[in-house]
Design a protein around this ligand. Sequence first.
Ligand code: AMP
Ligand code: GLY
Length: 431
Amino acid sequence: MKVLIVGGGGREHALAWKAARSPLVTEVLCAPGNAGTALEPRVRNVAVGAGDIDGLVRLAKDESVELSIVGPEQPLVEGIADRFEAEGLKCFGPSASAARLEGSKSFAKDFFARHRIPTADYETFDDLQAARRHLAERPLPTVIKADGLAAGKGVIIAHAAEEADRAVRSMLEQHDFGAAGKTVVIEDFLRGEEASFIALVDGTRILPLASSQDHKARDDGDRGPNTGGMGAYSPAPVVTDEVNDRIMNEVVRPAVEGLAADGIHYRGFLYAGLMIDEHGAPGVLEFNCRFGDPETQPILFRLRSDLVAACLESFGGALDAVELDWDPRACVGVVMAAGGYPGAYEKNRPISGLEGLDSETVKVFHAGTRLDAGRVVTSGGRVLCAAALGDSVGKAQARAYAAVEKIAWEGAFYRGDIAYRAVAREQAGAN
Ligand code: AMP
Ligand code: GLY
């Protein structure tokens, strides 16, 4: 069968690479894809944008695509899954009404409250003076979030009163986030260690994937501005078996039951961004209606089972009976980005050193790249993610950085400490 992957980032390269390895699949189409998917065996890029829902429906019909998997949130929030379903096409991704869990933070927070899913206390505002009065009464640090989609940039953690005031004014007065910032959520700051927990869901059944942790801040030590993610690794040691059970019992199951109780059918990846406190209790930071980027890269590099077969089980099959086989080794993925990211950056820089890097233990997933007369050049802020497996997190980390150090373009940068918490735990455990 033919499978369509919608999107063109690092997550979509990993999805396309994985789908192409399925024995069920003859060809993977990627719309629009990147240089990495263009070079991948059994994968073909098609020049249709991830936001062009009409074009994607036509493509899926013309090519007799039997399964489409949607990478990014925007087309899901805009109803791509509803359109595909109406046309009788199988689309793995939630409907627009279910994708509101990511598309509106106030919707998500009300949902968590209604279904008693642990999350930070919050209030929602669309009036500047009311938001300011509230801030004056709340302890610092405090967290201010634009309600709508803001490409990971709509969350401000304010450590000082002026910073909090600037954040609400930027959203509610200066409209720096456009419609996404017309409403803000102000919530308490949660302490602990973050983890990403992603599951396949079919409305009632749940198939959890391996845990992971991503590094959202630009600079070493988790400092600097927030980005889409500068690296990730799997598994996340903070998610012990006991924490895993708590996440399933306190977050994921109540969420899936809550959606069903609210009359919302959810099929697709459900991503819980969590803070795990010192007692192992999970608190929800956010829900996403899709796979994580860059979490997808290390998670899928560890997955030995057929992802396409698992997604197909979500269409009236037995999703919860699927047993996933994982590589027991750790995987660390290091993102290489264009100088200036997450702000303005240059494009069209030729990339060198990519040849011969991929092996049984290393895979360089592309993100913002394209082919220019056969050469791989940069075309985005996050450019590549070098993923590597290792018997320990430390070994996986060393292998990923060895690959990264061979790759170069003008202005490239990356964090030097991806997976540092897991490596520190490992070293503490060995002593
Ligand atoms: P979000 O897009 O809501 O996941 O927020 C982006 C990042 O901000 C998260 O990955 C956390 O690092 C941080 N964050 C969000 N909400 C909170 C919170 N309530 N307490 C502490 N950190 C938070
Ligand atoms: N890596 C965070 C996200 O995909 O939202």
